[in-house]
Write a protein that binds this ligand. Structure first.
Ligand code: ASP
Length: 439
């Protein structure tokens, strides 16, 4: 008998985790019990996913590029990917700006709320560490990002998930050279990476078997560590504006899919839903990447040549949810602190939020680091930065969870678009073990 579909299992795990978290909040020492005895299992799951990210990128991208047969095909895929990523990000920022200017969530924030939030969070290490991290990143030269992309040691690069672009660079370079050498010599290497890729994808399947339990642990932890509901209430208008914007962005993806690929938007959502649920539970598109790739390749039907490039690159540079959030958060903070914004400032936000989302790491809370840069670009005085971040800090985690879903959905959508445009959108090929289709 077929078991309950994976996305339902994960959803049930999430709901149970949320309920359990609330129950434990009422129990003496409940918070500690979750942190000590439940959350570690969620962390192990996230570690397992991160563990296979680098081998998966290496194997699938080398195999993908070397399967292309000719390099011009690769440059076509590359060009389209970057182009479409930029367009979707600018659309996301525009939606965010439009919404925040219409709703004006910052106008309703009272002096009292401002003081309370500043008192609670302005000197919190969560806020100050984000400001100093942003300063560190700003001190770099304009071409530093290019320099950073080229590793001086592949083993060094492969030791940190933060170096994903370096690994992508190496894999593409290696894959192209595989195309250029004699086929008799390259065949064995291609076979090796092909086999490695299969094994890593199987690891994804096995890891996903524990996903429903892991999300239980992750969400229980989110509940017991979230800010007090009173403070969350004060930010409800801002949070709803971001949430609504993110929903619109998902709607935009579905419309694009319908019109440009002719596929059913609901079928798409169903195929990638486990990745979306994991993005929500982990707040990290990097941790979700192996699942995103597996779903897009096996359940949506995008061929490996496209998935292996578009998804990892997307996880690092395409963050539509983050850019939308940065636009709304920047204007919200300006409104709440009565800092006037000109039309030019809003245009500056379009540019900086686009760049900032590209520069944001695919890990929890990274969007807030780069938000500092957006705020500085519109001239928010340095002494107000901490107050600005303190204002939105309490709701950052739930919003991070939601924007990560959009980030991952955006990567999957663009994979489909690019695949369709180069004739590599095929039929889904679900394998054994997947979604628990055990024999
Ligand atoms: N957590 C987000 C991601 O991993 C980045 C962010 O917006 O903070 O995609």
């Amino acid at each position: 008998m077929r078991k309950l579909a994976l996305h339902w299992q994960i959803l049930i795990g999430m709901l149970a985790g949320i309920i359990f978290g609330f129950i434990m909040l009422q129990v003496d020492g409940g918070k500690q019990i979750i942190s000590d005895w439940i959350y570690p299992f969620g962390k192990i799951f996230v570690n397992l996913l991160k563990l296979i990210a680098i081998p998966l990128i290496l194997a699938s991208l080398i195999k993908g590029v070397s399967d292309l047969k000719d390099i011009s095909k690769f440059s076509r895929i590359g060009g389209r990917t970057i182009g479409i990523y930029l367009v979707t990000t600018v659309v996301a920022v525009a939606i965010g700006l439009l919404l925040v200017n219409v709703v004006q969530p910052g106008e309703g924030v009272s002096e009292q709320t401002l003081n309370r939030l500043t008192e609670a969070y302005a000197s919190d290490s969560g806020v100050t560490s984000k400001i100093s991290e942003a300063e560190r990143q700003q001190g770099m030269g304009p071409l530093q990002f290019l320099v950073d992309m080229v590793p001086d040691n592949i083993f060094g690069a492969a030791t940190s998930n933060g170096n994903m672009l370096q690994v992508i660079f190496f894999a593409i370079f290696f894959g192209i050279c595989l195309l250029l050498v004699d086929e008799k010599k390259s065949a064995v290497i291609k076979d090796f990476f092909d086999g490695l890729n299969e094994v890593v994808l199987k690891m994804v399947d096995l890891i996903m078997l524990i996903a429903p339990y892991a999300v239980f642990a992750l969400l229980a932890q989110v509940i017991v560590t979230s800010a007090d509901p009173d403070i969350l209430g004060a930010l409800v208008r801002y949070a709803l504006t971001v949430f609504f914007g993110l929903m619109i962005m998902i709607g935009v993806y579905l419309i694009i899919i319908y019109f440009f690929t002719g596929r059913s938007p609901l079928g798409f959502l169903k195929a990638i839903s486990p990745a979306q649920l994991l993005a929500f539970s982990t707040s990290s598109s990097a941790a979700t990447l192996p699942v995103t790739m597996e779903r897009v390749e096996e359940h949506v039907g995008v061929e490996k040549e496209v998935v292996s490039f578009v998804c990892p690159v997307g996880a690092t540079i395409n963050m539509d949810g983050t850019s939308l959030y940065q636009a709304i958060a920047a204007v919200f903070i300006a409104q709440a602190l009565s800092f006037p914004l000109t039309f030019n400032d809003q245009l500056t936000i379009v540019v900086t939020a686009t760049l900032a989302s590209i520069g944001s790491a695919a890990v929890p809370g990274a969007g807030m680091v780069m938000l500092v840069i957006v705020l500085e670009s519109i001239g928010l005085p340095a002494e107000k930065l901490a107050i600005g971040l303190a204002l939105i800090f309490a709701v950052d985690r739930p919003l991070d969870m939601c924007r990560t879903v959009v980030n991952v959905t955006g990567d999957a959508t663009v994979s489909m678009l690019v695949a369709k445009s180069v004739g590599k959108l095929g039929t889904p090929k679900v394998k054994n073990w997947d979604d628990n289709y055990q024999k």
